[in-house]
Write a protein that binds this ligand. Structure first.
Ligand SMILES: Nc1ncnc2c1ncn2[C@@H]1O[C@H](COP(=O)(O)OP(=O)(O)O)[C@@H](O)[C@H]1O
Ligand SMILES: [Mg+2]
Length: 262
């Protein structure tokens, strides 16, 4: 059964596009067939990344695996539901995984993506500002006071899924841009997230540190999942650690019928 992997949260700059391009390349380099749909119609970061990859492949590496990129047609006159269902079912029928990158604000398409996700992956910077997008907490005790508007939207999507007796949405939070130095903040955010995960029912998985390599390969459309003969990255400890972080993240996703091969 193919899977719809949705990268979402209602905050810009959290790492949705970064994580989605890394996960998509990790899937491709492991031999999976991948379809892509970018719902951030203003930024189109994920689509741009794969245009770069296709250009790089044409110039340097014709065998580099690339995904099928599907596009929302802004001139589509049917309902968003019909358009979304048509695009995703075409991709799901012919690919192992469909990766969807959402914008940092609620749109009809991102709501549809959340409602249809098999896995919803929410990246979060290690900051209480990002935490606030998931839940409000007591400033003195850090106790969770209540879910945020985004968590409520996810909750509604999960409730609708269970009423329709569909497979449950696996909601996963991955911390992103973890700092190697700010240990106190890292621990405090970590503890608050552990608490929250039990309250509102997401899984917390290993995320990515803040590393240059997670952004500098964008113009080539490459990631640490791609061979170093192409990325031309030196075998530094930091680059090896980056690759391992991506592997750990892929394990955390618990994808069916998937073995890491990069
Ligand atoms: N793990 C990381 N290490 C270094 N830079 C990162 C990392 N994750 C994201 N960034 C940078 O942070 C910015 C926002 O990330 P992006 O993926 O565009 O967020 P979103 O799609 O949620 O708005 C970008 O400049 C990106 O290169
Ligand atoms: Mg983005």
């Amino acid at each position: 059964m193919s899977q719809l992997l949705v990268f979402g949260n209602e905050k810009g700059g959290a790492g949705k596009s970064t994580l989605s391009m890394h996960v998509a390349c990790a899937l491709l380099q492991s031999g999976a067939k991948v379809g892509i749909l970018d719902l951030d119609l203003r930024q189109l970061t994920l689509r741009r990344f794969f245009e770069n990859r296709t250009n790089f492949a044409q110039l340097h590496s014709p065998k580099l695996p690339v995904p099928t990129v599907s596009k929302i047609d802004p001139t589509e006159i049917g309902t968003p539901e019909n358009h979304f269902n048509m695009l995703t079912s075409q991709l799901l029928n012919t690919h192992d995984f469909v990766v969807i990158d959402c914008p940092g604000a609620l749109t009809k398409y991102s709501e549809l993506a959340h409602a249809n996700a098999n896995k919803l992956i929410t990246p979060m910077n290690d900051s209480f500002i990002d935490f606030d997008l998931l839940a409000h907490i007591d400033p003195e005790t850090n106790a969770v006071q209540g879910p945020s508007i985004y968590s409520e939207m996810v909750w509604d999507a999960r409730k609708a899924r269970s009423l329709s007796k569909g497979a449950p949405i696996d909601w996963i939070v991955a911390r992103n841009r973890l700092s190697a130095t700010n240990m106190h903040n890292k621990r405090k955010v970590g503890e608050a997230l552990e608490n929250l995960s039990k309250r509102i029912g997401f899984r917390l998985i290993p995320g990515l540190s803040d590393r240059v390599i997670f952004k500098e390969l964008f113009p080539k459309g490459l990631t640490v999942a791609d061979p170093s003969t192409l990325t031309k990255q030196p075998t530094t400890i930091s680059n090896i650690a980056a690759r391992q972080e991506l592997r750990d993240l892929m394990v955390g996703l618990e994808l069916p019928n998937f073995t890491i091969k990069f």
